[in-house]
Structure formats: structure tokens, C-alpha cells
Write a new protein. Structure first.
Length: 258
């Protein structure tokens, strides 16, 4: 593959997933890690990405993003390190033989990267970026992709038929994202079309994990989909307000701070 082709591929990957690693790119492109390091340095100079140890993340306000559209790629540039740590912790709860659901979102998409590749799982997902990550990092797993209408602002697919399929499956663990978590007004997301899918996941799963960075607490967005007490486990970062630590403890919700 020519250098410009590699750069185009890497640019698309970092826009799609928010974060790339040198090791994964070297394996995907069949080149040395030194070649990938030089490619990432070139893209950093072009203003596409920001270098981090072992890889790169999408640069905030990258010129590869259309500023007029809300995109998951914009959310991916915010609190990326915290989101990665949240998913590292979440992955530690995944066990051999589990059936898991990975919800839409800029946090949950990182989860497949931290599940050992030889873990045999059934994974339900319904977002393009998550599907690609699952395919790349969990090749030994069975994938269920409900499908439906594509929403390009979240990369999510949804349809009545897809929701019906989710309701027919029983998951051990569901890893769910949110755009807002508020004491009285509950757990919310940005788009009304997400609600029925999230409700189907909650109602079809045993242990419900809420994966949210600390900026989501005290925030309310458009679409309500659950009460906080419906979740069994919350994983967040150290910026969570003390008020919400007390609320989680009062509700008897197990929580982890990374």
C-alpha cells in the first residue's frame, strides 16, 4: 500500500473510532510499527490527530469533520482518556461464554478493544463503529447485528424489526451509554430514536452497566430512557460530583471510579 493510501486509511479509522493504536494499524496494514509511527507523525502535522503513547486520538476540531453536523466523531474527541479507562474497567467484567450488549456511544465503542481476543462471547451491537471494532478485536465471538435504518450522526442502525430481535435475546450484561444523568429527571440520550432500543436492551439484560464520563452527571438531554436506579453498576471517572457519589450509594448501585 502506498503511503498516501495508508494515510487515508488511518485518517478514516481515527475519525470512525476516535482512537487508533500503532500495534493494531501495523497488523491491519501489514507494515512495521516504525512505518505507522511516521505516518501518525505526518497526520499530526496535518492537524488530523493528536499523538498519544502507543497511538493517536482524533484532534478536536479536526478538519476531517463537517462542523455543521452533530457526529459521534465530535463526541469521540471529548474526554477520550477517561472513556478509554472506563471501558478498560468495564471489560474486566466480561467472562467467557457471556452474551453482552454494547450500546451506541463514543464511550462504549472502546469496549471491544479491551476484551481478550480469545474470549468466546455472543456480542449484540447496532452501531457501525462498534461493529467494526468488535469484528477487529473479537473475531472468535458470535456477532448479532439487528440492523435497520442508518443514522449517520450516531452511526446507529434501528428499526422495529431490530428492536424485536433484541427483545428475543437474553444478555448476561449490557453496557449502556448516556448523554445525561440527573437525580430527578433520570438518564437521558440525545436522540429520540435511541430510546426504544435502549429500553429493549435494559428489559432483556440481567446486569446493566452504565458507562458515562463525569461530565454527564447533572446534565439532562432530550430523550429520557431510564431511571438511575434501573442500573446495577456505574463506571465513571474521578470528576464525578460528590453529590452523585452519595446518590449512587443511597440507591445501592455499585460504582467504580477510574
Amino acid at each position: 500500500m502506498k503511503k498516501r493510501d495508508r494515510l487515508n486509511y488511518i485518517g478514516k479509522q481515527v475519525v470512525l473510532t476516535g482512537v487508533v493504536t500503532i500495534k493494531d494499524l501495523a497488523e491491519q496494514l501489514g507494515v512495521s510499527t516504525m512505518t505507522i509511527r511516521r505516518d501518525l507523525q505526518d497526520l499530526a502535522r496535518e492537524g488530523v490527530l493528536t499523538l498519544i503513547p502507543g497511538g493517536a486520538v482524533l484532534k478536536r476540531e479536526s478538519n476531517m469533520i463537517n462542523e455543521q453536523e452533530y457526529a459521534i466523531t465530535k463526541a469521540q474527541t471529548y474526554m477520550t482518556k477517561e472513556k478509554i479507562k472506563i471501558c478498560q474497567k468495564a471489560a474486566s467484567f466480561v467472562q467467557e461464554g457471556d452474551t453482552i450488549v454494547i450500546d451506541t456511544g463514543s464511550t462504549t465503542e472502546h469496549l471491544p478493544k479491551f476484551i481478550p481476543q480469545n474470549t468466546r462471547l455472543t456480542i449484540i451491537c447496532y452501531c457501525l463503529n462498534t461493529l467494526l471494532s468488535v469484528y477487529t478485536h473479537s473475531k472468535g465471538s458470535q456477532i448479532i447485528f439487528p440492523g435497520g435504518y442508518f443514522h449517520d450522526n450516531t452511526l446507529m442502525f434501528e428499526s422495529p424489526e431490530g428492536i424485536s430481535l433484541i427483545r428475543k435475546v437474553r444478555a448476561n450484561k449490557a453496557f449502556i451509554s448516556a448523554a445525561g444523568v440527573e437525580e430527578e429527571l433520570g438518564v437521558t440520550c440525545a436522540n429520540l430514536y435511541e430510546v426504544d432500543v435502549k429500553r429493549a436492551v435494559i428489559e432483556s439484560s440481567d446486569t446493566k452497566f452504565l458507562l458515562v464520563d463525569s461530565s454527564k452527571f447533572g446534565k439532562v438531554t432530550t430523550a429520557y430512557f431510564a431511571d438511575l436506579k434501573e442500573f446495577d453498576v456505574v463506571i465513571t471517572d474521578a470528576g464525578i460530583p460528590e453529590k452523585y457519589r452519595k446518590i449512587l450509594a443511597k440507591l445501592g448501585i455499585q460504582y467504580y471510579i477510574v
